[in-house]
Design a protein around this ligand. Structure first.
Ligand SMILES: Nc1ncnc2c1ncn2[C@@H]1O[C@H](COP(=O)(O)OP(=O)(O)OP(=O)(O)O)[C@@H](O)[C@H]1O
Length: 363
């Protein structure tokens, strides 16, 4: 269990953490997702004891860490910039954490652990090679392996898959997940990749400007994003956000007047809003509200097609199966449909303040 309460950390005039609260449950795989500079690495370093908070507390398994040295915290951390011994073999690099007095294991047990982790990370055949002669992706896996071989109260992983190509990343995600399920070690995993966060996290914490904006399961974050920025952070292509107002009778009317959709929102008339709908929740025909527009462009993405449609003065994206889009040409009129339960409604964005979600319109 890891708990941070009201943690502040500044570097000179830069505020890295601004009253951060975070709770990672026992055995949980928790993904911390945020853009560059949001405070992700600082959060990990604060848990590891490599940075001291200016104020606030860090607890691990219920124990206050303020006077506990990094070495005694029982956490294993993997940095994005990893330090390996380039002249030593991959095996030696994996074995070295288990040779420290703190983690020393009987030789047979150490060997079994190293072999297991190496197999899981797909580097079993490379164990005899000097690390200096491995590719970046292979090195990154050795660095991750060095963390995972150690018995620890918690793993702290900072973008451990960032140097891998897309295919290997996907494969390693599945393996990491399997590993987590086996070990059930509390894991705090930092990423700026929302696909990775959705794939791995038992829960996800979205961090921005040194604070947690929203914490939840993937379903909670996906269906009930707290604001437009969280909604934009998840899903590619991005969520469509159409500007407009809520008119009489709880009807959304787009800014150019071309589109009306009943949303039944509990807001004052003429409130400026953004209507959100994810590309995969728009269809060509079928049940739901209808929106009419014209095809702008289509792009084949394997078995599906991204269709960009002009709706009045706006453009929206939708993802449909290839067969459904085969006859579409630019400027063709189309009728899009969306189920009412898939509509999200947000307050309009203000400078520096993303629009908050307005209740009810989500499931
Ligand atoms: N040692 C340092 N000295 C000065 N400023 C720092 C230091 N470490 C971090 N910062 C600043 O604190 C803020 C948070 O940095 P942090 O590295 O935690 O972000 P991050 O979310 O991990 O970003 P990235 O994804 O780019 O690694 C940034 O504005 C950064 O410039």
């Amino acid at each position: 269990m890891i708990r941070l309460t009201g943690v502040h950390k500044t570097y000179g005039r830069a505020t890295a953490l601004d009253g951060l609260d975070l709770d990672v449950g026992e055995g949980e795989f928790f993904c911390l997702l945020g853009p560059s500079g949001a405070g992700k690495t600082t959060t990990l370093k604060t848990v590891a004891g490599l940075e001291r908070p200016d104020s606030g507390t860090v607890e691990i398994d219920g124990e206050d860490m303020s006077t506990v040295e990094p070495y005694d915290r029982g956490v294993a951390m993997c940095f994005e910039s990893y330090a390996l011994y380039p002249h030593r073999s991959a095996y030696d690099n994996l074995a070295s954490p288990l040779r420290s007095p703190r983690h020393r294991l009987p030789a047979a047990e150490a060997r079994a652990r190293i072999t297991e982790v190496a197999e899981l990370l797909g580097i079993g055949a490379l164990l005899d090679r000097p690390v200096g002669r491995l590719s970046n992706g292979q090195r990154q896996r050795v660095a991750l392996g060095r963390v995972l071989v150690r018995p620890a109260r918690a793993f702290l992983l900072d973008e451990p898959l960032s140097h891998l190509d897309a295919k290997l990343r996907q494969q390693m995600r599945a393996e990491l997940k399997a590993l987590g399920a086996v070990r059930r070690t509390t894991t705090l995993y930092v990423t700026h990749d929302s696909v990775e966060a959705l794939a791995l996290g038992d829960r996800i914490g979205v961090i921005r400007d040194g604070r947690i904006v929203q914490t939840g399961t993937r379903e909670e974050i996906w269906y009930r994003p707290r604001d437009t920025e969280v909604a934009r952070a998840f899903g590619r292509p991005r969520i469509n956000l159409l500007p407009g107002v809520v008119a009489a009778g709880g009807v959304f009317r787009s800014a150019d007047g071309s589109l009306e959709v009943p949303v039944g929102a509990p807001v004052r008339e003429d409130t400026e809003v953004l209507l959100g709908v994810r590309p995969r929740d728009l269809g060509l025909g079928g049940p739901g509200h209808a929106l009419t527009g014209t095809v702008y462009v289509t792009e084949v993405l394997g078995r599906s097609v991204e269709v960009t449609v002009r709706l009045g003065g706006q453009q929206v994206s939708l993802i449909v199966p290839r067969g459904d889009a085969s006859g579409l040409r630019a400027d063709d009129p189309v009728r899009l449909t969306v189920r009412p339960e898939n509509l999200l409604l947000f307050e309009a964005d203000r400078p520096g303040r993303p629009g908050r979600r307005i209740g009810k319109s989500a499931r």
